[in-house]
Design a binder for this molecule. Sequence first.
Ligand SMILES: C[S@@+](CC[C@H](N)C(=O)[O-])C[C@H]1O[C@@H](n2cnc3c(N)ncnc32)[C@H](O)[C@@H]1O
Length: 307
Amino acid sequence: MTSPDSETEELDAKYLHTIPVYGREYQKYSIDKKIYFQPVDDNEAERLEREHCFFNGVFDNRLIFPPIHNPRRILDCGHGAGSWSADVAEQYPDCEVIGVDISPHMNPDDVPVNLWLQVDDLNRSFTFPPNHFDLVHSRMLATGIDGSRWPSYIEDIKRVLRPGGWVQLVEMYFNAQSDNGSLTEEHALRQWSTKFMRSMQGLKDLRVGTHLRNLLTAAGMEEVDTRMIPLPLCEWSTDPRIREIGAANRESVRELLPSLSLYPLTQRLHMPDDVFQRLIAQAQEEANSPKLKAYFPLYVCIGRKPL
Ligand SMILES: C[S@@+](CC[C@H](N)C(=O)[O-])C[C@H]1O[C@@H](n2cnc3c(N)ncnc32)[C@H](O)[C@@H]1O
């Protein structure tokens, strides 16, 4: 777990303990410290790998969006199953890629020689040297970064970027929207979102995707560019490309809903398991309904540290 450049601490046994909840495994440290409430078991690692393939389809197989050529050092915040960082390390064999995650459980067995995976809490100040990385990547971290931490998280990212280096942020807003306005508060998909948001209230900012631009601008980043990509939950679109994304997203969403919310709803909101299972089943059914034309907004934002 050592890397050439970081002062991040050696792996401590406290990070390894897991606890079972309704058949899924969670990192005890994360749960106790209210860091992250999603499973860290093999099922989750496989889900993240499939989600990575889905994102590759959405992003036309581009891993890096800013105009970066021959990067020397890249940091992946919250590497999960290491899918993105391993692909980037393979694509740039001369680049040193470092992944940081609070959980080591989903790390792949084999990683490229130029990839180092470390355990650390991104809610704490970064220990990497300043002006170090060409790119810092952070994807789907809204459920793990503390709500109040976001401004200093972006400041830390900026500090460790070299002048002219880029940050690339990707966050989903888990409140389903409808392209024809037919989703109402009565729908299970909306009830699920409301309850999930409530379960994280005061802890995490699940709307962070909507203000990534403001965060980067406030931190003094330049060339900030944000895009909202509507991710259809099934193949309801008549546009062939969006229809294809919807078809690919069908399975992704079916897995995402329980993975995100099993612990938050049953343990933090004390929802009985059978009520939870029914809510998820209904939400999954609605996600598959072409009539509702439902989508999750995905926010992609890049910015550059001034020279
Ligand atoms: C939803 S997964 C996304 C993984 C990866 N970025 C991807 O897109 O495939 C979020 C990951 O961030 C990690 N994480 C969440 N909060 C964290 C924190 N405060 N510090 C370090 N890692 C964190 C989790 O352990 C998990 O592996």
